[in-house]
Design a protein around this ligand. Structure first.
Ligand code: G6P
Length: 372
């Protein structure tokens, strides 16, 4: 009903706008005096967390992209190898698991059957399991050794938005907790990362301020048949998520690629007028990434594609080559995904609306898929 939407025209619009709170509420009470506090993990003692040799993340859909983003952060901070696998693939490939493998499942609903079966399977094989979940008392958390809840609030629109940023937030807290326990980050570095995390809600608020510009782009592109998304490092899963949102909400063919992969195939798809979103890493990222992505932009532009760059405020290097630039506030590299995803969500939502589609309940999809 209109009342449930709190005055918004759709749940999707409401939930996209609630992302600052989704992050803030997931952080609430968990950052105390510059340290991460996760009481829900008390069943996992520090010795056990020090003994983990490998983390396998299992999830489906948008949640799997949150896992991909977290892989970069957890490996960088805690120096533990992380693999991310789709639940339905994991379950059926005889994965190598043992008591030193931690299996982290991510599910907004906590009811996705593929993920539930994968968690049960992991436990049977002797792995320890943690669930990242947005729904209190759901089945997956009940079947796991521990649960770290995301506090995004109920997500009604079928395509996931605010749960995604909350999932990354919870996984980052977990990664920083691991880094402290394992001694892989010093106190100052930990405090700096936590300060970045705490600043995210305010920065998402700023990105939401760009919504009008993104809406205009979407309306110009209402008859687009195909859109590509490129990203690198943590921008890569964001490119995948941007493409997924567009498929789900606007029924437009869309593909996300790792920007470095462009020359290994996807560049053959580039043709005049094709819209290509590029998630540009910060110029302050590892020195070599930014110029590499800028040169990707030049390559696709030279072939006539229409480039929409999602780039940090003040990044002037993209200006000569991008047709449109959507700005995100400065953030250190691992925190950019939490900002860069927002314009992509808005783009898909607005395009759906421009086409007159049901943005909350896209055809053929279910909010939670409770069959295998
Ligand atoms: C469905 C939804 C997606 C969601 C996926 C995983 O396919 O349409 O938006 O990402 O399930 O759902 P979960 O509840 O496990 O996060």
């Amino acid at each position: 009903s209109a009342a449930e939407k709190g005055g918004w025209s759709s749940f999707m619009r409401k939930e996209v706008s609630e992302q600052p709170e989704a992050v803030a509420n997931t952080l609430r009470g968990r950052v105390v005096d510059g340290a991460v506090v996760i009481p829900e993990l008390e069943g996992f003692g520090d010795d056990e967390l020090r003994g983990i040799r490998r983390i396998t993340v299992i999830a489906c859909g948008t949640a799997s992209y949150a896992g991909m983003v977290a892989k970069y952060a957890i490996e960088q901070w805690a120096r533990i190898p992380v693999e991310v696998e789709l639940s339905h693939e994991f379950r059926y490939r005889e994965p190598v698991l043992d008591a030193d493998t931690l299996v982290v499942s991510i599910s907004q609903s906590g009811e996705t059957m593929d993920t539930l079966m994968a968690v049960k399977y992991a436990r049977e094989q002797g792995a320890r399991t943690i669930s990242i979940c947005n729904t209190q008392g759901a089945t997956i958390p009940r079947e796991s050794d521990a649960v770290v809840y995301t506090h995004a609030g109920p997500e009604v629109a079928v395509a996931s938005t605010k749960a995604f940023v909350a999932q990354i937030t919870a996984l980052y807290l977990f990664g920083l907790h691991l880094a402290r326990v394992r001694g892989t980050l010093g106190e100052a570095e930990l405090a700096a990362q936590l300060a970045e995390l705490t600043a995210v809600p305010e920065k998402i608020e700023q990105v939401l301020g760009e919504a009008g510009k993104v809406a205009q782009l979407a309306h110009w592109m209402a008859d687009t048949r195909s859109v590509l998304f490129l990203g690198r490092h943590v921008g890569y899963p964001i490119a995948l998520e941007g493409a997924l949102k567009l498929k789900e909400l606007a029924y437009i063919h869309a593909e996300g690629f790792a920007a470095g992969e462009l020359k290994h195939g996807p560049i053959a798809l580039i043709e005049p007028g094709l819209p290509v979103f590029v998630v540009v890493p910060s110029p302050r990222h590892d020195r070599s990434l930014h110029p590499k992505v800028v040169s990707n932009i030049q390559e696709i532009r030279a072939r006539g594609a229409r480039v929409i760059a999602i780039a940090e405020a003040g990044d002037a290097a993209v200006l000569p080559f991008a047709d449109e630039v959507v700005r995100i506030p400065l953030a250190s590299p691992l925190f950019e995904p939490l900002l860069a995803v927002v314009p992509l969500q808005i783009f898909a939502m607005e395009l759906s609306q421009a086409k007159g589609l049901d943005v909350d309940q896209p055809r053929n999809l279910a909010k939670s898929v409770t069959v295998e």
